[in-house]
Design a protein. Structure first.
Length: 453
């Protein structure tokens, strides 16, 4: 074989990362030799990007597809998942195909070769992975595992449709496991679903979502649940009675079903037909696998989260933000204290004389004629939202909101784009309290009101 791929990324992975492919060739000493890499969607022959690279001093080619792939991914605005939504733009399957080009002499015209020997488009793929599954998130340099996203912390393919016992926290978020939330607010979590080798025996099989509701005394007052089926917006199952190993389930996975977004807010529940009991004080959300009896496996937990009811603070409605977190999916938080609003108005004027020198005679006297004329006013509204006192974990997590380039705020049941302009932090110095931080976040709506002319 002419081309050999000696290194490739693992899957699942993040697009804003170092996605390295290393290749070698038995033809690298040929005249005008270059490695050629084609990027396509998995299953497609259409080339998205073609990259050519000369061998390095060790005769290898080293390709990084991270920044390239991120150009083909976006965000899914899945805040209103009710209850499940599959990925559309935020996660996709790609294929990297390696080939080579060289000529018969230093003056000849180079030809393109498949990498297997014959001429043609690049055709050699990494044998270790069937495709490159990437999510539109990022990996910080010191969090990488041999250049890769540390997926073992968020994805474990366990025995599917089996009575196994495990307890994971695999939601794609750094949020605290217990969060505050108000009636009428949306919230979602996202989780990797299924597997990436089409195994009928092992998968992170998100089978069932269970919600248990409690009052202030800690009594269970309401329970409801949903199965992860395509009828509920998820998949790949079509009915809850399907086992993972059934044809039409494990072999029906798509890039969309491999990343689920699940509605876990009071408004998501309401939109899905389940209104929380008015006496609710908190509720828990669990994501469970399937047992060997074809029903939910209560001992197989992929995520277990708690949401505590929060009312308006000091009469303020607060501002609820949604932002793309480091995993490329959505996190949420409400700044519950006062919100201050201010307008800055950019004005444009011109000066004209009080005497209209261009008039016919006799020149008319007009007391309404302007000297200074304002012909353009551009108002820009800036708002400052204030948080309640935060724990260290909450304060650290909320830094992702400040770093995010994709922020929205909830108004009623709609979301509108916003731009974070600055952040101020107040820190308590009393060592006896656990709530030591408070943020004041300055933001603008992304679409300001129209200028006045």
């Amino acid at each position: 074989m002419a081309i050999l791929i000696t290194q490739n990324p693992t899957i699942p992975n993040m697009a804003n990362n170092t996605l390295l492919f290393t290749v070698t060739s038995s033809q690298s000493s040929q005249p005008q030799f270059q490695y050629v890499a084609d990027l396509t969607y998995s299953g497609s022959a259409t080339v998205l990007q073609r990259i050519k690279q000369q061998p390095n001093p060790s005769s290898y080619g080293v390709f990084d597809f991270g920044q390239i792939i991120s150009n083909y991914l976006e965000s899914d605005n899945s805040w209103k998942s009710a209850p499940f939504t599959t990925a559309t733009n935020v996660a996709k399957r790609f294929q990297v195909k390696m080939g080579e080009e060289y000529a018969s002499s230093i003056s000849g015209s180079p030809l393109l070769y498949t990498g297997y020997g014959p001429s043609g488009n690049p055709a050699v793929t990494a044998s270790a992975i069937p495709y490159l599954y990437t999510i539109n998130g990022l990996v910080d340099p010191y969090d990488k595992v041999n250049w890769n996203f540390p997926s073992a912390s968020y994805y474990t393919a366990t025995s599917a449709s089996a009575a196994t016992t495990f307890s994971y926290q695999h939601a794609l978020t750094n949020a605290p496991l217990s969060q505050s939330i108000q009636d009428g607010e949306y919230a979602t979590i996202s989780v990797i679903n299924g597997n990436f080798d089409n195994s009928d025996a092992f998968a992170q099989d998100i089978y069932w979502m269970q919600v248990n509701v409690y009052n202030s005394a800690g009594s269970n007052i309401q329970n409801f649940d949903w199965f992860n089926t395509d009828g509920n917006g998820g998949g790949p199952r079509t009915t809850f009675s399907d086992y993972w190993f059934d044809s039409g389930t494990y072999d029906a996975q798509t890039a969309g079903t491999q990343l689920l977004t699940i509605g876990v807010g009071p408004q998501n529940f309401d939109d899905a037909g389940q209104t929380l009991n008015t006496s609710w004080a908190y509720y828990t959300v669990r994501l469970l696998g399937q047992g060997d009896d074809g029903l939910e496996n209560n001992n197989g937990v992929y995520a277990n989260l708690r949401y505590v009811k929060q009312g308006a603070q000091c009469g303020y409605d607060g501002v609820r933000f949604a932002w793309k977190n480091e995993f490329g999916v959505w996190d949420y938080y409400t700044f519950t204290l006062q919100t201050d609003k201010a307008f800055n108005i950019e004005r444009a004027t011109y000066e004209q004389s009080f005497v209209p020198f261009g008039d016919n005679t006799p020149v008319s006297y007009n007391k309404q004629r302007r000297g200074t004329t304002n012909y353009y006013n551009k108002p820009t509204q800036t708002q400052v939202a204030n948080s309640d006192w935060l724990t260290q974990n909450e304060a650290d997590w909320l830094k992702e909101l400040f770093f995010s380039a994709n922020v929205f705020y909830q108004s009623g049941t709609d979301f509108y784009p916003a731009v974070i302009t600055s952040v101020n932090m107040t820190e308590k110095t009393n060592p006896r309290t656990q709530r030591n931080f408070q943020y004041a976040i300055e933001f603008q709506v992304a679409n300001q009101i129209n200028p006045r002319v």
